[in-house]
Design a protein. Structure first.
Length: 284
């Protein structure tokens, strides 16, 4: 029996076609309203192991002379820090937990380092990598919220191009995510020549992971070269500045001086005794 399409059936089919057409048109219109890069953000996902490897590979890399803007609006160039050890912390101001916690802990660690290395022994910069939102005003507010008011610490913003190039130099990766950004929590230590010297990881890292490499940079001063007394003082401070797990602080361990002095006295005493015995034996 042939299939006969009555007028009623035709209306039902046409109505069904119209419903499907309306559905597909709605989907197409909705897709046009989505951001053009919404799919692109998912093409490259955050891989912590890969990010860590890239971060470690950056050690020894020289930084470019980038221009950044301080929270007070003045221009700051990275080359201004040449000759002084520098800590660089990459943050974004809309972060509600990780970046504030990391910054506050860096403040505690830097104050502990300054107690034994000196107030002007190194500099710190926190750089906002979310260039849309990390304006000088936002960074100034972020610093105030974390209680940062140190003379050796600046909060800086930059253009997207500068952030991209600087992040590559530092081995720092960040990816947009529903939480804001996924990124490795790292503080980069830069030596006097502007090269990445060490990376410190974690929100609340152990104090020695920051201070030990910082000691090497601070207490190997170029101006001490060729000056025996200054070089000796730096070496003594390097070996006598030790971490005390009981207090969680760095201290100058004077006991090393007494151990060295005692060693000299013992060696001198033994040498004097042996020399006296040799002379006495010769007289006999």
């Amino acid at each position: 029996m042939a299939n006969v399409i009555t007028g009623k059936h035709r209306e039902e089919l046409e109505g069904g076609h119209s419903t499907f057409a309306l559905f597909f048109c709605s989907v197409a219109a909705l897709s046009m309203l989505l951001p053009a890069d919404a799919g692109a953000n998912n093409t490259e996902e955050y891989d912590k192991d890969a990010a860590l490897q890239i971060s470690q590979t950056a050690i020894g890399q020289s930084l470019g002379d980038y221009s950044l803007i301080a929270a007070d609006g003045r221009e700051v160039r990275l080359n201004d820090y040449l000759g002084t050890p520098l800590l660089i912390s990459m943050i974004f101001t809309s972060c509600h937990h990780i970046c504030p916690t990391t910054t506050k802990h860096l403040l505690v660690a830097s104050e502990a380092a300054q107690e034994v290395l000196g107030d002007d022994s190194f500099e710190i910069v926190s750089i906002g990598f979310d260039t849309v939102n990390d304006t000088p005003d936002a960074l100034r507010g972020f610093a105030r919220q974390q209680g940062i008011d140190a003379d050796n610490w600046l909060f800086l913003s930059a253009t997207p191009e500068t952030i991209a190039r600087l992040s590559q130099d530092l081995g720092f990766q960040f990816f947009p995510s529903p939480r804001g950004f996924d990124h490795l929590i790292q503080t980069s230590m830069i030596d006097r020549q502007g090269k990445v010297y060490s990376q410190v990881y974690g929100m609340q890292f152990e104090l020695p992971s920051l201070v030990e490499p910082l000691k090497q940079l601070v207490l190997n001063r170029p101006e001490s070269a060729g000056h025996p007394i200054s070089a000796l003082v730096d070496r003594v401070r390097l070996f006598c500045t030790v971490y005390n797990p009981a207090t969680g602080r760095y201290e100058i361990d004077n006991s090393l001086f007494f151990q060295i002095a005692s060693g000299f006295i013992v060696v001198f005493g033994i040498s004097y005794y042996l020399l006296s015995e040799v002379r006495r034996a010769r007289r006999r």
